[in-house]
Design a binder for this molecule. Structure first.
Ligand code: A2H
Length: 252
């Protein structure tokens, strides 16, 4: 972990219908809370990623809301005003990534409205909330992981995923980047010859290229801030999500 704190926006993805295992949480609105550095890309969400063998918990945030994330993230949140008692977490239920796979979620700003939780084996358990929202148009990691799930029926079957949770969801243009176009993640993966999520070196090159150029040269193609630079739109979209109760900030 770096010396400079990283400021994430946690997006509140509400579970549409609680599974049997979570029935005791029915008095609450229950959210998966992926951490992102790119709130302006939420228009392009196609799914949410969890680590199947990852350990998560359902943490009570207030009388109405429960956040699902790693224990480590919940602990940090409790020191950032995101709990009822400063510095104290209230874990109502322990979960694994497997318990979260295939859940239908409300994804704020996404053109799909509702998306599903899918497996990403390269999630780092000690970063952010251990949950990642997927934007395959602008994130090379998300793009290559979604491609792999689409390409491999056995991979979907292994995690009991139905085709309709994966196949209908496609990367859609939300940001234009000069030289990389409207689907920068795909362009960068092709340029650096990324073939699978395990091609870490070319994947990191693709990621750096998209991230840097997206921030400095990207222009919004959709939404209320269409035509604005990513740099200008980012704080406006983040603040809108927070004001609407659809996101919170978190740093580590
Ligand atoms: B970003 P940094 Cl469109 N494990 O959000 C792996 N990756 C994680 C993670 C974890 N535990 N927690 C967060 N992340 C991802 C959007 C996005 C992101 C786009 C483009 C680039 C990008 C949609 N996914 O990140 O190491 C999250 O994905 C590239 C840097 O703290 C988060 O932002 O710098 C980013 O990595 C945080 O990475």
């Amino acid at each position: 972990e770096g010396v400079v704190p990283q400021e994430y926006t946690l997006i509140k993805l509400k579970i549409v219908q609680l599974p049997e295992k979570m029935k005791d949480l029915s008095a609450y609105k229950v959210y998966l809370v992926p951490g992102t550095l790119r709130p302006e890309t939420m228009y392009g969400q196609t799914n949410c990623w969890v680590l199947p063998d990852g350990k998560y918990g359902a943490f009570r945030i207030n009388e109405n809301e429960v956040f699902i994330c790693t224990e480590r993230a919940a602990h940090n949140m409790a020191f950032q005003g995101l709990s009822e008692k400063h510095g104290e977490t209230n874990c109502l239920l322990r979960l694994t990534g497997h318990d979260l796979l295939g859940l239908e979620l409300e994804a704020p700003l996404s053109k799909y409205g509702r998306v599903y939780t899918l497996p990403m084996l390269t999630i780092l358990p000690n970063k952010g909330t251990g949950i990642v929202t997927s934007v395959p148009s602008d994130s090379p990691d998300d793009y290559i992981c979604l491609e792999e799930l689409k390409r491999k029926p056995a991979f979907r079957a292994k995690f009991d995923l139905k085709d309709e949770m994966v196949l209908p969801f496609v990367a859609t243009p939300i940001i234009n980047i000069p030289d990389l176009g409207d689907l920068s993640a795909q362009a960068a993966c092709e340029k650096h010859k990324v073939k699978s999520p395990n091609d870490r070196t070319p994947l990191d090159l693709a990621k750096d290229e998209c991230y840097l150029n997206g921030f400095t040269k990207g222009v919004m193609l959709v939404g209320e801030h269409q035509g604005k630079s990513v740099k200008d739109a980012k704080p406006l979209i983040r603040d809108h999500l927070i004001a609407a109760g659809l996101a919170v900030t978190y740093s580590e």
